[in-house]
Ligand binder design. Structure first.
Ligand SMILES: [Cu+2]
Length: 65
């Protein structure tokens, strides 16, 4: 499972927003986020460009580090 690190999440609401944004990307089927570490893991049914993920996360006010 690919893992990314996201900066700026402070509560479960942030986790929910990021999860929703990632799941909205075509190809991503499952998202698991650890709020304590800021790590997000996802499953993809086809290759998803890192740029798409960065854009989606930036679009809701967080940053992929
Ligand atoms: Cu929050």
């Amino acid at each position: 499972m690919p893992t990314i690190r996201i900066k700026g999440m402070s509560c479960q609401h942030c986790v929910g927003s990021v999860t929703k944004a990632l799941l909205a990307i075509d190809g991503i089927t499952k998202v698991t986020i650890d709020l304590a570490t800021g790590e997000a893991r996802y499953e993809e049914e086809k290759p998803v460009a890192t740029a798409s993920i960065k854009d989606a996360v930036a679009g809701i006010g967080f940053e992929v580090t």
